[in-house]
Design a protein around this ligand. Structure first.
Ligand SMILES: C[S@@+](CC[C@H](N)C(=O)[O-])C[C@H]1O[C@@H](n2cnc3c(N)ncnc32)[C@H](O)[C@@H]1O
Length: 315
């Protein structure tokens, strides 16, 4: 997939250090072309099931399909396009602050034969009229927003009375702490082991590894928050939503999933066969099943992912 936008100039990158919204645009525009590969995103049964299961875990499965949905920070369309294929959403608008991401989402939708309206929009100032959508969704987005409460107020404004917001896949404080350390250790071990002569075929060229390291440094600029589930629920209530609840998922699945993703980023793409990807996915599925049992005894803030839902009150 070709990038829509030219790479950021050195002046833009310099300015981004003191302008977080600009940093989000530059980083995600740059990421858009390779985003689906980086995160092993697909639009087949594997990711349809993933998106549907994340949605169902927090919001159940009644009222499907929601007639009109909006996604904030939609990226390449992973969540909405797979929820449409799962029958959760009938029609959708996909928005993102990065134009590169919006164009990628539109291309993915066209490739799947799905009709979506793409629009560049900041989640804190959505350009839609009041009371427009039955559902607003987001996935792995609110940890990038400077003012999370403002974004939920804006989401409440564009929801119809009785409409629902569902935000999934946000990092918890403790889950993120553990995942980052496991990822750093995996990166160190993989990049050092693949320098050894018998394993050189598994090493990526230095220029590519340097680019990944620079990207990791920028991630520190664009990743603004981690969440405590109860504090997040209070933020959503303050924004005027009711029937607010949270769910956390992935404990052992994250302990293995993050090292796997980091390993995949550290070795050449051609080494990652379909068999490997399915093995990684099935391992994640099995560990997720273990985590559902552990959820009965392990405190929810120790899990990696938090999802939150709420309803706009009917006046
Ligand atoms: C980690 S990506 C997730 C993308 C997609 N939701 C997914 O799960 O694959 C975060 C996305 O949030 C977008 N984003 C960051 N700040 C934003 C803002 N203020 N308003 C809207 N989108 C934003 C980024 O451009 C990026 O596409």
């Amino acid at each position: 997939m070709a990038a829509d936008r030219p790479p950021a100039t050195p002046e833009q990158v310099e300015a981004a250090w003191s302008d977080n919204k600009l940093a989000q645009v530059l980083y995600h525009d740059w990421e858009a072309a390779s985003y689906d590969d980086k995160w092993s995103i697909s639009y087949d049964e594997r990711c349809i099931a993933y998106a549907r299961d994340r949605f169902t875990a927090i919001a159940g499965n009644s009222g499907w399909p929601y007639p009109t949905a909006l996604e904030v920070g939609a990226g390449t369309g992973f969540f909405t396009l797979n929820l449409m294929q799962a029958g959760v959403i009938a029609t959708a608008c996909v928005t993102d602050i990065s134009e590169g991401m919006v164009r990628a989402a539109e291309r993915n939708a066209a490739g799947l034969g799905l009709q979506v309206e793409g629009r560049v929009a900041d989640a804190e100032t959505l350009g839609y009229a009041d009371d427009t959508f039955d559902l607003v969704v987001g996935h792995a987005v609110i940890h990038h927003l400077p003012d999370v409460e403002l974004a939920f107020s804006e989401i409440r404004r564009v929801l119809k009375p009785g409409g629902r917001v569902v935000i999934c896949g946000e990092p918890t404080r403790w889950g993120d702490f553990v995942a980052r350390r496991l990822s750093r250790a995996t990166w160190f071990v993989t990049t050092h082991l693949t320098r050894l002569r018998p394993l050189r075929g598994w090493s990526r060229p230095k220029a590519e590894l340097d680019e990944s390291s620079r990207a990791a440094a920028l991630e520190a600029v664009v990743d603004l928050h981690t969440f405590d589930p109860d504090t997040l629920a209070r933020t959503v209530r303050r924004a005027g939503l009711v029937e607010v609840s949270t769910v956390t998922e992935e404990l052992t699945a994250a302990w293995v999933g993050w090292p796997i993703r980091t390993f995949e980023a550290a070795v050449p793409e051609e080494k990652l066969t379909w068999g490997w990807r399915m093995f990684a996915y099935r391992t994640w599925l099995r560990l997720s099943a273990v985590d559902r049992v552990l959820a009965r005894i392990v405190p929810d803030e120790l899990f990696y992912n938090v999802s939150v839902t709420g309803i706009k009150p009917v006046r």
